[in-house]
Design a protein around this ligand. Sequence first.
Ligand SMILES: *Cc1c(COP(=O)(O)O)cnc(C)c1O
Length: 454
Amino acid sequence: MENSDLQALQKLDAAHHIHPFNDNAALAKKGTRILTKGEGCYVWDAEGNKMLDAFAGLWCVNIGYGRTELGKAAAKQMDTLAYYNSFFGCTTEPTVHLAAKLAELTPGDLNHAFFSNSGSEANDTILRMVRHFWAVQDQPDKNILIGRFNGYHGSTVAGASLGGMKGMHSQGGLPIPNIHHINQPYWFGEGGDLSPEEFGLQRARELEDKILELGPDRVAGFIGEPIQGAAGVFIPPMNYWPEIQRICRKYDVLLIADEVICGFGRTGHWFGSEYFGIQPDIMTLAKGITSGYIPLGAVMFNDRVSNVLRDKGGELAHGYTYSGHPVCTAVALENIRILQDEKIVENIQGNTGPYLASRWKELGEHPLVGEARVVGMVGALELVPNKPSRAFFEDRGKVGQLCRDIALKNGLILRATNDAMLLSPPLIITRGQIDELFEKAWKSLNQTAEALGK
Ligand SMILES: *Cc1c(COP(=O)(O)O)cnc(C)c1O
C-alpha cells in the first residue's frame, strides 16, 4: 500500500472507528496498524512487513490463514441459501449437521448444541439457561454462578460479569447480582511456598468454601476456562480440575467449561476438559470452531440439562437472529473437516507439541524469564527482574509491552498480559517455524534485557 493511502486510512480510522480493548486516544495519535494479508502462520501489514503470528489472530486461527476451502464453503452456502433462521420450527442443513458433529466431537453426553455468534453470547445463553434449569425444578433460588478472579468469559453483560476482570467490572456497573468469584489457580504469581499440587488443591477447595458460605441450595453452577487464557495463560496443576469436578458433583452444582480458547485442538486434545480429565455438564465454544474465518459460538449441553430444559422448560424464550446461521455453520463444518482429515490435533500430540514444549523450555533458560509454561499450542513466558525469584517487576506490565513491541519489530507477534508473553500459534505451525519462533523470541528477549540495562 502507498504510504499516502495508509495515512489516509489511519486518519479515517482515528476519526470514525472505536477499537475494542484499546486506549483510543493514544491509538488515534499513534496510528492503527492495518493488516492486509494472511497465509499459513504469517500475516502482512500495510507497510509490507511479514510477521510470524504466534498468537493466531486472537487465539482463533487454528488451521492457519488462507485456506480457500472455507471461503468456498461460505460462497456455496450463500449462493444456495444465504440465510434462514432456526426459529418457528425451521432450520437449515449445515446447522443440523454441525450440531450432530459437535455432539460427536465433544466428550461424554454433551449431545445438544445451541448456537450463538460469539463466545460472549454463548455465555449469556448459559447464564440464562442454567438459572432456568433450576427454576423449572422448583429451585428458583439456586441461581448463583461462581466464576474466578481474572477469568475471561467475554465482554457482554453476562460474559463480563461471569469473568473476573476488575477493569471490566468498573465500566458499566458489573458484575450483575448473584455472581461470585473465587481465586484463580495461578501458582507462579500466587502460589507462595506451596508446591503446585498443594496450591492446586487449596485453590479448588475455595470453591467448596464458597458453596458452603452461600449455601448449596443457592449455587447453580461454576464456570472456568480449563486454561485461563486472557489472564496470562494460567495452566492449573493437574489436580485442580478433578477436585473442582468432585466438589461440583458433591453439591449438585453444574460444571461449565469455557472452552472458547482450549477447544478445537489448542491443548493437543480436542478439548481442554479432556486434557485435564474432567467431564463438564455444559461447554462454551467459539473462536477455533471456525478458526476465526467467520463469527460463530455454541453452547453444548449434556443430556441431563437438555432433557430438563426440553421437558419442563416450556417454550424457550431465548435466541439470536443468527443462531445457527447457515453460512457460519457451513464454514465450521469445513474447518472441522480440515482439522480431522489433516490430523492436525494428532500431529500436535505426537510431533509439534513436544517439539514446541522443548524449545519453549529453552526460552525459559533466558535470564529474563522466570517461568516458561506450555501445553500443546498454548503457553506463556513470565518475565521477571530477578530470576529465579518469582517476584514481579515493580511497574507491572511495562516490560511485557516493551518486549511485545520489540518482538513485533523482529517480525514476531506475541501478546503481553502484565509481564507475561503469551503464545497461541496456529495449530499447523511446523518444526521449522517453531525454530523461527524460538530465534525471534530469544533475540527479542535479549533486546528487551538490553533496553532494561541488564
Ligand atoms: C474470547 C473468549 C470469550 C469471548 O468470545 P467472543 O467471541 O469474543 O465473544 C469467552 N471465553 C473465553 C475463554 C475467551 O477466550
